[in-house]
Design a protein around this ligand. Structure first.
Ligand SMILES: Cc1ncc(COP(=O)(O)O)c(C=O)c1O
Length: 340
């Protein structure tokens, strides 16, 4: 048995999703003529409480378009030191937008309101002016932590008062919504732009949407084109995303319950688990995590070492209760004295 908990990006399209893809009406989306893309964009924009949404190939492109839209070269972007654009986007913000990233602290991916306030400096010829605050919800490297709507609202008020614009990297905003019961539009409310991913826990093979005010729509399309993200008969992919949007959001609660079950089992065996998961991501600390991940893989369990001493497990659409039972059994066996 192979149970792959390395990432929620590993999900494969379900048979029903493949049917939706096969039956999708398509057109040339660079011409704005793909009816399935157009429908998906307007439905997602509406759920997020924004005026427009743009379908892009990846969460990385969505983040990069957002940063490019809301900054000028030489500006500074404030974000948590665990944020995705800093760790995993190949330095794109520097290359594409010419900005510097100012990294701030905070427990489990939570940016502190006071810390953001303190990071905004008075205008001075020596400084790169901070023009954008970027917040990640849920916080991936923060253990899938949900940042509450109230906390996001406070961050946005502080940023806007200081003249910054605001971006929400909501790759897993669906998880925050399901866990907290807060409407997506409420979670997105204070942010100028927000992106969501369809290819993480929702199970679509590809695709993200960037949403915001109508005034930014044309520039967003142009930046997407500049980055090579203008796609043609892409309704086949939008159909997968729309299927996920309609059928795979509420079921994220199952992933959260399984992550908690795994966390409890690891804790009971004596592994150094980090805080109980809010959603579908959990971490544990152990020496030589990459070697341990290899031993897990040999026993049929995929986990990922995100540092030499930190291992991540992520539950998702393709993880069953049976798979979880297998995983727990393997981890219990590897925890016996002398086997770690
Ligand atoms: C929080 C967050 N933002 C953005 C991304 C980028 O998404 P993609 O892999 O589609 O480029 C990821 C990917 O896992 C992520 O976890």
């Amino acid at each position: 048995m192979w149970v792959d908990l390395r990432s929620d990006t590993l999900t494969k399209p379900t048979p029903a999703m493949r049917m939706a893809m096969a039956n999708a009406e398509v057109g040339d989306d660079v011409f704005g003529e793909d009816p399935t893309v157009n429908r998906l964009e307007s439905r997602v924009a509406e759920r997020l409480g924004k005026e427009f949404a743009l379908f892009v190939p990846s969460g990385t492109m969505a983040n990069q378009v957002a940063i490019r839209l809301l900054t000028a070269p030489g500006d500074e972007v404030l974000m948590h030191h665990d944020a995705h654009p800093f760790h995993y986007e190949a330095g794109g913000a520097a290359v594409i937008s010419g900005v510097t990233l100012r990294l701030l602290g905070g427990q489990r991916g939570h940016l502190g309101v006071d810390e953001v306030r303190a990071a905004v400096r008075q205008p001075n010829v020596h400084h790169a002016p901070a023009t954008l605050l970027s917040v990640e919800n849920t916080a991936n490297r923060g253990g899938g932590a949900v940042i509450s709507a109230a906390h996001c609202a406070q961050l946005c008020v502080v940023a806007h008062e200081a003249g910054l614009r605001t971006h929400l990297d909501g790759a897993r905003l669906w998880n925050a919504h399901v866990q907290s019961g807060t409407p997506l539009a409420t979670l997105a409310a204070g942010f100028d732009v927000v992106n969501v991913c369809m290819s993480k826990g929702l199970g679509a093979p590809v695709g993200s949407l960037l949403a915001g005010p109508r005034a930014l729509a044309e520039r967003a399309r142009r930046v997407r084109k500049m980055l090579g993200g203008g796609m043609r008969q892409v309704g086949v992919l939008a159909a997968a995303a729309e299927y996920a949007f309609d059928h795979h959001v509420e079921r994220l609660a199952d992933d959260h319950a399984r992550a908690l079950r795994l966390w409890e089992a690891l804790r009971d065996v004596g592994y150094a688990v980090e805080g109980a998961p809010d959603t579908n991501i959990l971490y544990m600390r152990l020496p030589e995590a990459p070697a341990f991940a290899q031993r897990l893989a040999a026993a049929g369990v995929g986990a990922i070492a995100l540092a030499h001493d930190r291992l991540r497990f992520v539950t998702h659409l393709d993880i069953t209760d049976e798979g979880l039972t297998h995983t727990i059994g393997v981890l219990q066996a590897l925890a016996t004295p002398g086997s770690r």
